[in-house]
Design a protein around this ligand. Structure first.
Ligand code: NAX
Length: 331
């Protein structure tokens, strides 16, 4: 059995973490032969609730769980971690725009970037889930200059999973038979869910999704808006934001980053190098493949006029969010 790795989950007393801790501790993320020590960070008033989560983890008798460290101290939480799930933030409530959240949450990610810089492993892989996830990841990276910026990513995997699920339902196939759907841009209502390169397995053969669906209007309107608004639909129904599916998506993202994607594309918010005419130095969701623990943007895709417009809208929003966040950090 390998030596345990230290993995931190922030917002550990919250609802996403409640599902995520089990997935990480059960081997679904780092594999069935990799023990983990879970570092669980939340704020001081939540330590009592967190103690209950620690009790439940103990009661789950998980063979791969080599230790649990509940704490309200970021430096204790981030010390020597190999993977960081940054979930803790103020969640969006019904009717609340993401911009309202920005100033409260950016400060958290500035401080956590500084703490990661000081005490985490230099090869730590950081996944930001807390919203506004893309911009929080950018700020976190900026305040952790000793860690490569490629090691900071934001979660758009939930949007990808939602998109894949919508297409599978439309086509009447199992969800795993749809691949290479892309989420471009921001994890917000400007994101662009793009099925133009997606592939579906039908009768054992791969077929382009646009040809299989044969309904351009659906793919450009209903499909896009359903995925864009899915988070709001879950909030309207549950009166709370997505949690189970968010934890599953965070697990998928980190597992693929550590263990690789094979020939499937996955969407991750990564620091933009300007690919596909996007603004540089924002965290933008691109299609990527991962091998040997390194992600690489899928190159050479054709961008239609419609896609160009969508990429520009979401890129502009991210550039504005970045400016707003940098202004908050100056205070
Ligand atoms: P909860 O409110 O249930 O939990 C958040 C937890 O974070 C709380 O326990 C809180 O005390 C803690 N927290 C606050 N400040 C902290 C700090 N400075 N350090 C450590 N912990 C801190 O929210 P939950 O539903 O778990 O959602 C967490 C975040 O995920 C929210 O920002 C939410 O908007 C975001 N989401 C992101 C998604 C994505 O796809 N990127 C989808 C799901 C979710 O909406």
């Amino acid at each position: 059995m390998a030596a345990p790795i230290k993995v931190v989950i922030t917002g550990a007393a919250g609802q996403i973490a409640y599902s995520l801790v089990y997935q990480v501790a059960s081997g679904a993320v780092f594999g069935p032969a990799q023990p983990v020590v879970l570092h669980l960070l939340d704020i001081a008033p939540m330590m009592g609730v967190l103690e209950g989560v620690v009790m439940e983890l103990a009661d789950s008798a998980l063979p791969l769980l080599a230790g649990v460290v509940p704490t309200a101290n970021p430096e204790e939480a981030f010390r020597d971690v190999a993977a960081a799930f940054l979930v803790g933030a103020m969640p969006r409530k019904e009717g609340m725009e993401r911009k309202d959240l920005l100033s409260a949450n950016v400060r958290i990610f500035k401080e956590q970037g500084q703490a990661l810089d000081k005490v985490a492993r230099k090869d730590v892989r950081v996944l930001v889930v807390g919203n506004p996830a893309n911009t929080n990841a950018l700020i976190c990276s900026k305040y952790a200059p000793s860690i490569p910026k490629e090691n900071f990513t934001a979660m758009t995997r939930l949007d990808q999973n939602r998109a894949q699920s919508q297409l599978a339902a439309k086509l009447g196939v199992p969800v795993q038979d749809v691949k290479n759907v892309i989420i471009w841009g921001n994890h917000s209502s400007t994101q662009f869910p793009d099925a133009s390169n997606a592939i579906v397995k039908i009768g054992g053969a791969d077929k382009p999704v646009p040809a299989a669906i044969n309904d351009d209007a659906y793919l450009k309107s209903t499909f896009v808006s359903t995925v864009q608004k899915r988070g709001a639909a879950v909030i309207a129904a549950r009166k709370m934001s997505s949690a189970l599916s968010a934890a599953k998506a965070a697990s998928d993202h980190m597992r693929d980053w550590f263990l690789g994607t094979g020939d499937r594309w996955v969407s991750m918010g990564v620091v933009s190098d300007g690919s596909y005419g996007t603004p540089k130095d924002i965290v933008f969701s691109f299609p990527v493949t991962v091998s040997n623990g390194k992600w690489k943007i899928v190159e050479g895709l054709t961008i239609s006029d419609f896609a160009r417009q969508q990429l520009d809208i979401t890129g502009k929003e991210l550039a504005e969010e970045k400016q707003d966040a940098l202004d908050v950090c100056k205070d």
